[in-house]
Design a protein around this ligand. Structure first.
Ligand code: GRF
Length: 321
């Protein structure tokens, strides 16, 4: 398996979600490892458990510090630990925008409601009072707005007729302990997930002018121009022979550029079957180090090769200046 993703967990309390993460990380196929458990509360019970499990801990009280100053101390400790992701597990601090920005797309939180319902506190009682049949929990990416980032996964938990906030909370917690580690595992391996890769390519291909998607011999493909006369400028090639591999096929300006690209990075580029002769190039998307800006550039360059003149004319004029 590739290197495991390094995780820092922030908590303020008992740390049962942290424990669920720690035990999930002990399973042989788990794609992440916990490199730090940090807290704003020196007495947080979760710290003791982490120490007992031989995980590095860090604690620094927020008292007497501005939010920004405390966040910088936490951030520095996380960076020193080598963590690539931050997992919030009952961290009872509102985070400064600066901290959230530094960990954008690399920080997850778990919230005990079916977001976007019941952000903030008291989620269980609010769900019961509203007469809901189900409550639950959500794992989401952290953005500056509280409990508001993109939802990665949710579990529904039935509300029983005689539930009170405590009984419901303890059942939701069981669901949390299942949901959080599995969602984190999926998230840190997303770049190897063919569906995620397809989504990334699709979003970039369809962002170009007058494009649409049309499969070709079972492979996703993107065309520019009208639905009837449009021309392909990209395909997603997936081969299932032996080692699964996934690559983007785009047009170059010709065989010279095709050769130059392969010369420059033979691990990234290769000549695709069938299309190679007409100057197409394959760019591997399964290396785990895909530069998505580069993919956008190559899609655009390919689009320009086949787009109708009326679309490229203005660009050609602009390029002269
Ligand atoms: C959980 O209810 C979680 O949903 C919320 O904070 C609580 C943390 O509990 N974000 P624990 O410290 O993980 O036991």
């Amino acid at each position: 398996m590739a290197d495991k993703a390094k995780i820092a967990i922030l908590l303020s309390g008992r740390g049962s979600n942290m424990a669920a993460m720690v035990y999930a990380a002990k399973l042989p196929d788990c794609p992440f490892e916990i490199v730090l458990v940090a807290s704003n509360d020196l007495k947080a019970p979760g710290l003791k458990l982490a120490e007992a499990e031989s995980i590095a801990t860090f604690a620094h009280s927020h008292k007497g510090l501005t939010r920004e100053a405390h966040d910088i101390i936490m951030h520095d400790a996380i960076v020193r630990s080598g963590a690539e992701y931050v997992v919030l597990a009952g961290y009872m601090r509102i985070l400064s925008d600066g901290f959230v920005r530094k960990w954008a797309d690399h920080m997850l939180n778990i919230h005990p409601s079916l977001l976007p319902k019941y952000k903030g506190l008291d989620t269980y009682q609010r769900a019961i009072d509203a007469g809901d049949d189900v409550a639950g929990c959500s794992v989401h990416l952290v953005t500056p707005e509280l409990d508001d980032g993109p939802i990665l996964a949710q579990t529904e938990v039935a509300i029983l007729p005689d539930d009170d906030a405590d009984s419901l909370a303890s059942r939701i917690l069981i669901a949390e302990h299942q949901l959080y580690p599995s969602t984190l595992a999926k998230y840190v391996t997303r770049e190897a997930d063919p569906d995620w890769i397809l989504g990334q390519v699709r979003q970039r291909a369809l962002a170009l002018a007058e494009t649409h998607e049309r499969p070709s011999f079972g492979a996703p493909g993107w065309r520019v121009g009208s639905k009837t006369t449009g021309k392909y400028f990209a395909y997603l090639a997936q081969s299932h022979h032996g080692e699964a591999s996934i690559a983007l096929l785009v047009k170059t300006t010709g065989l010279d550029e095709q050769a130059a690209l392969i010369d420059a990075d033979p691990d990234l580029y290769y000549i695709p079957k069938f299309y190679g002769k007409s100057g197409w190039i394959a760019i591997r998307l399964d290396t785990g180090r895909t530069d998505w800006d580069h993919i956008s550039d190559r899609l655009y360059a390919s689009w320009r090769q086949v787009a109708p003149k009326r679309l490229t004319k203005m660009i050609a004029i602009a390029d002269q200046f």
